[in-house]
Design a protein around this ligand. Structure first.
Ligand code: HEM
Length: 196
């Protein structure tokens, strides 16, 4: 509940606050994984990003997520991650999808984690430019802003989260999807970046 007005918390508010520990865990993993130490280490991060983005874009085929997020066509970074791995001479990893059995409303939680990560990506892009000389046209396309800009596309996503398309009784399931998505990205970072 929103304690000031005694209104139910919006879905975007709940996602941000109730998954905060998971976000902190991502920071910790990124720090330990040192993806900016070398192009070789950074390419490991891109491999994890690619597999995660593939999990997320698989969900775009669901008519219910298309209805909930009408601008899906501008989202997702699979193609960017593939191009980056080619730039970096990294083999494309093969793994079964983690979302083969995920559907709405959990699917929206997965998309939340992916879309939110475009905000933090602004900082990662700066670091990768400064330390490894990569940019939004070579090697770091997966961290680039969407053509319309990060903030605008994010605000539109938040508006979709908080619209009437998602009923309040579905919110817990969206939260569960977000937690599962963070777990997946954490697992990918552990295996592709840290365990090496
Ligand atoms: C070192 C790596 C990272 C940094 C520095 C970082 C930083 C940030 C920053 C600065 C924001 C904006 C916060 C705000 O405007 O209130 C943000 C938001 C977010 N990040 Fe990260 N992030 C990182 C990694 C990740 C990863 C790996 C994921 C998920 C795979 C992720 C998911 C999110 C999400 C979902 C949000 C939106 C939070 C909200 O609901 O407002 N971040 N991040």
């Amino acid at each position: 509940m929103n304690t000031v007005l005694d209104l139910p918390a919006t879905l975007s508010f709940r996602l941000k606050h109730e998954t905060n520990d998971q976000h902190e865990r991502m920071h910790a993993l990124m720090e330990q994984g040192k993806p900016f130490e070398s192009r070789e280490r950074y390419a490991r991060f891109v491999a994890a990003q690619y597999l995660f983005q593939q999990d997320v874009e698989h969900l775009f085929d669901d008519a219910r997520i298309q209805a909930a997020v009408p601008d899906l066509a501008v989202r997702g970074r699979v193609e960017a991650a593939i191009a980056d791995m080619k730039d970096l001479d990294r083999a494309i990893p093969q793994e079964p999808l983690a979302t083969a059995h995920v559907a709405m409303p959990e699917a929206l939680g997965w998309l939340y984690v992916s879309e939110g990560s475009t905000l933090g990506a602004a900082f990662l892009l700066k670091q990768v430019q400064q330390t490894l000389g990569l940019d939004a046209n070579f090697g770091a396309r997966n961290l680039a802003a969407y053509p319309e800009g990060r903030a605008l596309v994010w605000r539109r996503f938040v508006a979709a989260l908080d619209s009437d398309a998602i009923s309040e009784k579905e919110h817990d399931a969206v939260l569960a999807g977000a937690n599962a998505a963070y777990d997946r990205f954490g697992d990918l970072l552990q295996r592709y970046l840290l365990a090496a």
